[in-house]
Design a protein around this ligand. Structure first.
Ligand SMILES: [Zn+2]
Length: 268
């Protein structure tokens, strides 16, 4: 709930304080995880590029976008050795107030984007999957590589790119056709992914947060079925066409309707 204006950087935590917008440990959780030193001050991290040395040998392809973004942050950071870091209470007015202190109690609970998952009408296993996806904890190849586990490297749906959550649910041309066709099938343009949007997990959750009840269920259903199709390719060596998967999504939606999801009834 505080933000920092950097002076000499001696009092500011490199990973945990809000000195460059959102704390870096939240902005780049995977980089934070692989960093050998998590308690450096900003001054310490900048000195002789210590932050870089902490990551040496640990940057995989999956971490590269985060790494490039962090490097830009570091390049634009200016230390002023003659002034102290200043901490400012972060509220709409910029000053301390009882209401902003009250709101602080709920940081990480009510404010978590994960809270949007549980009210969605969908089977618990699908919501649990979305919960894992949001935290980048599904076992796509980038995660398998980090644990030295066997993997097929390429996305099994398009066979063009390293498989990451971002690729699988947002960038993959094969999966994007599924999102498009599903949007038409359900007459639900809200689930179309806007061009140029960022990471898949934040995109999926923005659908859950901003969308109506129907779009939230359809988003969960389509993401779940894309994941199941991915698993069929990897573990059963079977694959469906885009039309085949959309047909399966349609059948599954009918099952959800029979189980009580009346809001999923197809709109003509
Ligand atoms: Zn792909």
């Amino acid at each position: 709930m505080t933000e920092v204006a950097i002076g000499n950087g001696l009092a500011t935590s490199f990973w945990s304080d809000s000195w460059a917008g959102e704390p870096l440990r939240k902005r780049s959780p995977m980089l934070f995880e692989v960093s050998r030193r998590k308690n450096r001050t900003v001054a310490d991290a900048l000195e002789d590029d210590h932050w870089l040395m902490d990551l040496r040998g640990r940057i995989t392809l999956a971490l590269l976008p985060d790494f490039v973004a962090l490097r830009q942050v570091m390049r634009s950071c200016n230390i002023d050795p003659d002034s102290d870091d200043t901490f400012r209470w972060k509220s709409s007015s910029g000053g301390y107030s009882a209401s902003s202190a009250y709101a602080l109690q709920f940081v990480g609970t009510q404010q978590s984007p994960l809270r949007h998952i549980w009210p969605v009408w969908a089977p618990p296993k699908c919501k649990f999957f979305i919960w894992l996806l949001m935290q980048l904890r599904i076992f796509t190849v980038d995660r398998l590589l980090r644990f030295w586990m066997p993997n097929q490297y390429f996305c099994p749906l398009c066979r063009q790119n390293l498989e990451t959550p971002v690729h699988l649910f947002a960038e993959c041309p094969w999966a994007r056709q599924v999102w498009e066709r599903s949007a038409s099938l359900f007459c639900c343009p809200a689930i179309r992914k806007p061009a140029g949007d960022d990471l898949a997990p934040s995109w999926v959750v923005s659908k859950l947060a901003g969308a109506d009840r129907r779009a939230a269920s359809i988003t969960t259903l389509v993401a779940w079925e894309i994941w199941r199709e991915r698993n069929r390719c990897v573990f059963c060596n079977k694959e469906l066409s885009v039309s085949g998967l959309v047909h399966l999504i349609s059948d599954e939606a009918n099952s959800w309707v029979l189980a009580g999801a009346r809001h999923l009834v197809r709109r003509e």
